[in-house]
Design a protein around this ligand. Structure first.
Ligand code: NAD
Length: 257
């Protein structure tokens, strides 16, 4: 389904990462994938995974470093000339504040969290626009805590709300070039980022019990939904936040019968 499509994936930390689930599915459908990894420490885990999907381009890219996105653009330009898709599966907040009251968020953490978890998408979209092909697709990852209060999600919920609104504005900006921008709102997953939220296990159990399908989504299911957004199957879809959460978000009140 993705023959001749080339794209860059950000956010693989290990084989539980949502970005990895997506990469595997895209590679299975013949996409050529380059990987943007955060730092040297993660490279040890990312390298063997890259070999599994035959990914030849590995680019160190820490969004804290202002040059790293431009370096990634230069490298992709050099290797491929143009690009068809970008997966943005990156978020960061100080773990000590993913706990307790939102009101206690510090300004430094607020700025850094919004920078890494939200503004990085806008930076990527702007930097890659000149080399993105007509029909291109950008996909980010969000969570229901952007809409409704989830215990301990706190600042990350605010960042995801900003991210989801960025998706809408970016989709209009890039729509003129026939580049689409969408978000998948994934149900809770057992990843490093997921575990950073205090009491994540409770959220996982609660959504499993109260989602329409009575379970949580699996990594390959997020991957398959991503395939839809990256492929031409979704060629008329942009600016959307699409829930892949086994129907948890439509529950107004859990039915305990
Ligand atoms: P993960 O820990 O596997 O991935 C997070 C990634 O963000 C890591 O690869 C990390 O290297 C990267 N990252 C953090 N700071 C960075 C920086 N400064 N520069 C570059 N990269 C940086 O966890 P995940 O759950 O796969 O998270 C991927 C995305 O999915 C995140 O946006 C997360 O908020 C979102 N999401 C997660 C869940 C969940 O329950 N796990 C649910 C919905 C959405």
């Amino acid at each position: 389904m993705l023959k001749n499509k080339k794209g860059l994936v950000f956010g693989i930390a290990n084989n539980h990462s949502i970005a990895w689930g997506i990469s595997k599915e895209l590679a299975k459908n013949n996409a050529e994938i380059a990987i943007g990894y955060q730092n040297e420490i993660l490279l040890k885990r990312v390298k063997p995974l890259s070999e599994e999907i035959n990914s030849k381009i590995l680019i160190e890219c820490d969004f804290n470093n202002s040059n790293s996105i431009n370096n990634a653009v230069s490298r992709i330009k050099e290797e491929w000339g143009t690009i068809d898709f970008i997966i943005h599966a990156v978020a960061f907040a100080d773990k000590t504040e993913l706990n307790g009251r939102y009101i206690d968020t510090t300004k430094d953490n607020f700025i850094n969290c919004l920078d890494i978890s939200c503004f990085s998408l806008t930076s990527l979209a702007k930097a890659f626009e000149p080399i993105m092909n007509n029909g291109g697709s950008i996909l980010t990852l969000t969570f229901y805590g952007s809409n409704k209060v989830i215990p301990n999600y706190n600042l990350m919920g605010v960042a995801k709300a900003a991210l989801e609104t960025s998706v809408k504005y970016l989709s209009v900006d890039l729509g003129a070039n026939n580049i689409r921008v969408n978000a998948i709102s994934a149900g809770p997953m057992r990843t490093i980022a997921g575990a950073a939220i205090n009491n994540a296990r409770e959220v996982f159990k609660f959504t499993e019990k109260h989602s329409a399908l009575k379970r949580n989504a699996k990594l390959d299911e997020i991957g398959k939904s991503a395939l839809y957004f990256i492929s031409d199957l979704s060629s008329a879809v942009t600016g959307e936040v699409h829930y892949v959460d086994c129907g948890y978000n439509i529950t107004g009140m859990p039915n305990n019968n």
